[in-house]
Design a protein around this ligand. Sequence first.
Ligand code: SF4
Ligand code: SF4
Length: 292
Amino acid sequence: MKNAANEIGLESRTDQIKQFALGAGANVVGVADPRAWEEHTPEGHRPYDILPGARSVVVVGARGPTAGAWRSPNHRLMEVNGYDFRNDAAIHCVADAIEREYDHQAIQAPGLPTGGHLPPMSMMLAAVLAGLGTRSLAANIILNPKYGLLYYSACITTLELEFDHMLEQEVCPHPMCVKSFRLFGKTPCMAACPVEEGGCLDGSIDEQGRIESSYYDRERCVSRAMNFGINSFQKALAQIVAEEDQEAQQNMIHSDFFSRSCSAITHYKESVAQCFECMRVCPIGRAERKLK
Ligand code: SF4
Ligand code: SF4
């Protein structure tokens, strides 16, 4: 099986891997050249620093909330449906298949920090370099032209594959957003989270209808969109341990806040992010959500 898989041409082999990724739960898949990182990242953060001899980076994108979840009038449901990890599951399957069927090494690209707060590799950059999307005015989220918001994972491999090109056309801003900016000075995402009213987004669009400048208050966004996770667990735990009144301590342990923090760190239910409002108003990918 391994030899047969290796004997086929580059194009067919790439196609096989892509079909496999789609079958494993990805909505989109692309392949990037590991050397493309040289232009964007310092040494130590390139694919071949993570897997010596890396020849390709397979990147998958998977939808988070379903069309029905976007439609629900209860916005909080999207916080607790555990949408975030199907991209990770799909990329694990791809890495396994490459090692099993093609006899080449593969490793899931580290999108989370191994120390400090920065991950060794940016999944946003991987998605852009694999031609799956471009940066947007909404929190720099990489928007895919068909699906809009996607979650990305990557796999670095020594297997040679055919590379995709970066998208030539920027996905954001949508023509409707350009119109809105010309009329009101805001795009829908900026209007949903305006920096001058305690929100996180601002920016401008040039004469050609392209992003001219963008502003994203990451700290503020994190405090609103990521209330539950490692940070909230650590904060709550420190307060609980320091509490001397036993009854108050019990109440803190069983509080909604601590329960959701535990839920988040155990990946039990809580989604990685708890705010989707800038994406809710974004027209990119809306057609995909229009089901019967
Ligand atoms: S995720 Fe929420 S808080 Fe963050 S930029 Fe979007 S709307 Fe604002
Ligand atoms: S609403 Fe979407 S397409 Fe429009 S500017 Fe914001 S991120 Fe870009």
